[in-house]
Design a binder for this molecule. Sequence first.
Ligand code: AVI
Length: 314
Amino acid sequence: MLRVINYDHQSSDPLETLKHGLNAEQKYLPCEYLYDHTGSKLFDEICHLPEYYPTRTEIGILQDNLPSIADELGPDTMIAELGSGSSNKTEFLLMGLINPSMYIPIDISRNHLIESSLRIKRDFPNIEVVPICADFHRNIKLPIPTRHVGKTVFFFPGSTIGNLQPHEATSFLNRISSIGGKDCGLLIGVDLHKDKQTLINAYNDKQGITAQFNLNILSHINSMTGSNFKPNQFKHKAIWNEQLGRIEMHLISQCKQIINFPGSNITLEKHETIRTEYSYKYSLDQFADTASAFNVQHVWTDRNNLFSIQYLTS
Ligand code: AVI
């Protein structure tokens, strides 16, 4: 039997949020709308692309440093994973930890959550698995353990933190630290600054999968709202903003066009862009400042310093 904790968040009106973004001076769509069913499948493909270094580098760091990670986290940990998805990286982590006692995957997608929770429960029969179906950006409470547990450690891999602006990342991590209570830990994947070409290539792959992923947001918005974006009248663009240390994904309008959007028409000039995502890259010092609710205890990197896994405590 799997006990699932459900949160029915009162979400703000998505139409209003979208309309606000499409009427802004620099038009934007919130990046969470990249992930409908097709978008999530395309993102899985991105993770296997030769140019997209983060996924394989992070898994490599995790595998190469498991004993040291296990040592830092200590025995009997309760692991709460933020945005657990298919919990693929978690398997590696749970295999290496010393007698982990509880695993709490937190994800908005119920099907994904139940499927991966059942798999973890089967593969790790000694670990109590209590999934929470919720948006981890909202307020949640962790379940009270039924047996002795060591530290509560949030696991947040994939450098998803980079999709928030630094000030948003700071408030998000403040909230996580208050959910975890005093003396909680955070094991987090953070993408690092590197040469411009590696970054540009990672977001402009030769097969055009990232372009499909980016353009798919328009089809998703059409099916959500009844708008009539024509994805073939846009082109994918990903640039490195050196000054702000971030990749920016945009969709460039190929002509002047008027989009029917519920409640208002949206006019796009030729070459005007809609921003769909920021992906911030950090130096170690910048990230330590951003995660001000926590203290950095240990940083593991790959030999080329492309990516880091960091352990922080509150
Ligand atoms: C999910 N997130 C960390 C990815 C990133 O690299 O910012 C999303 C992504 N966008 C384009 N490629 C991958």
